[in-house]
Design a protein. Structure first.
Length: 209
């Protein structure tokens, strides 16, 4: 009799034990917010796509931008716009990088624009990306150190606590070297002042008010 009762109860017992051994379902972690990128990171990511357009591409200009989904901080931005040129194609092409989809037709990742004609400018020179050794956080550090040495610039920052900062990478005369232009203001035309930093050495180049 005892053997019959045990055999009848065994399947139910095994099911109960199996249920107890199952771990509770893991909680899904919330998705991480999109992260801004440094200038060098934006160059690397856009260049990977640009060189499929033309093997001889060089960077003509790189500028930072803001999107509400990814606030900028410490030389990092949620949006970058790069212009590359090809001597063999005699063309230029815009490539953008964004940390997230945003308004104004901005899409996450790298996006290529349309080709347009390119004629060399005697004052603006294409940059080989290998010449950009200094990243934007370091350039910002150098620029801020120079601002602290200048009483007028220091006062501007003190009077404008929320003054935006932007970056523009170019090689133009009179510098004739790739430089990070650290722009203190909403745009180049509306800037309070700018500090130029050598993109190869990280050294201070000049100030512009």
């Amino acid at each position: 009799m005892n053997r019959i009762r045990i055999s009848h109860c065994l399947p139910a017992l095994l099911l109960a034990l199996a249920g107890c051994s199952q771990a509770p379902p893991a909680k899904k972690e919330p998705p991480k917010p999109p992260e801004p990128a440094t200038g060098q990171s934006a160059i690397f990511q856009t260049f990977q796509v640009a060189r499929t357009w033309a093997p001889d591409v060089k960077l003509l200009k790189l500028e930072s931008g803001n999107i509400p989904e990814t606030p900028s901080a410490g030389g990092k931005y949620g949006f970058w716009r790069a212009i590359y040129v090809s001597q063999s194609k005699r063309a230029r092409k815009e490539f953008t990088w964004a940390a997230a989809d945003s308004e104004g037709g901005i899409f996450k990742g790298v996006r290529a624009g349309a080709d347009s004609g390119y004629l060399p400018n005697p004052r603006v020179f294409p940059v080989a990306i290998q010449e950009v050794k200094i990243d934007t956080p370091k350039a910002l550090e150098t620029a801020m150190a120079e601002v602290q040495k200048d009483a007028a610039m220091k006062k501007v920052l003190a009077d404008n606590k929320d003054l935006p900062i932007h970056f523009l990478l170019e090689m133009v005369s009179p510098d004739i070297k790739p430089t990070w232009r650290v722009i203190f203001g909403p745009s180049v035309s509306q800037s309070k002042f700018s500090v130029f930093v050598d993109a190869y050495t990280g050294k201070f180049v000049r100030k512009l008010r």
